[in-house]
Design a protein around this ligand. Structure first.
Ligand code: PEP
Length: 244
């Protein structure tokens, strides 16, 4: 169960969040919990979750070790502050900051090299769904991006299916729509990496997940977890998603 805080919360607000959130998920051992705050709050967040099973992720990761890459943060820097996960290829990065399937692959390879677990996002835009090209879009994002990993690398990633039209809009994919898309992704994985990899890959659903709809989404065997934006900013709301 993962939370993406996007460009929200100060370091002080981060500490206040975890003071409220930690006791609410103390007994939630049925799942892994990852929260991805802005870069400026990562070290404070790692400190704030010490001794709990909550893990802290970044919202992006550079592909180089170090060098002249203004504005990028690399795996070794994330490692140094105790970050264990990174969201890669979020649709907001693709839409506003020129992220491509190729750069997603490079970032994913770098994350794995530095022991950071990648949560790789793919998903179709509204016009693509309405135009009937969802399957082709998901296949293309997969083939041009993470299909370039080795089998061993692929075994260590998590995929998040995030239909762009459902992110931050209050419009959730129905459980059937989400499960269908997950099946498409799993079929791609089987085709490239074999049946076992297709069975084993964890696929999260993301897009307006809330305490009200999480149960029906998670009832789909195809859905292994969720990536939550807006509702992860509120400790009780995100705790009730975790404890669905
Ligand atoms: C996200 O940021 O990945 C996301 C799914 O946002 P929201 O839950 O607000 O739709």
């Amino acid at each position: 169960m993962s939370g993406n805080w996007k460009m929200y919360k100060t370091p002080a607000e981060t500490i206040a969040f975890f003071e409220k959130f930690r006791p609410l998920v103390e007994k939630s051992e049925h799942c892994e919990i990852v929260i991805c705050p802005p870069f400026t709050n990562l070290a404070g967040a790692v400190d704030a979750v010490k001794g709990s099973h909550i893990r802290i992720g970044a919202q992006n990761i550079g592909w180089a070790r170090e060098g002249a890459f203004t504005g990028e943060i690399s795996g070794p820097k994330l490692n140094a502050v105790g970050v264990t996960h990174a969201i890669i290829g979020h649709s907001e990065r693709r839409q506003y900051f020129g992220e491509t399937d190729e750069s997603v692959l490079k970032r994913t390879q770098a994350a794995l090299e530095w022991g950071v677990l990648p949560i790789v996002c793919i998903g179709e835009r509204l016009e693509e769904r309405e135009g009937g090209t969802t399957e082709a879009v998901l296949a293309s994002q997969f083939q041009k991006g993470i299909a370039g990993l080795s089998e061993q690398q692929f075994a260590r990633i998590v995929i998040a299916y995030e239909p762009v039209w459902a992110i931050g809009t209050g419009k959730t994919a129905t459980p059937d729509i989400a499960a269908d898309a997950h099946r498409t992704i799993r079929a791609q994985v089987r085709g490239k990496f074999g049946k076992d990899a297709g069975d084993a890959i964890r696929i999260l659903y993301g897009g307006s997940v809330s305490p009200e709809n999480v149960k029906t989404l998670m009832a789909q065997p195809e859905i292994d977890g969720v990536l939550v934006g807006g509702k992860s900013l509120d400790a009780p709301a995100f705790a009730s998603i975790v404890n669905f």
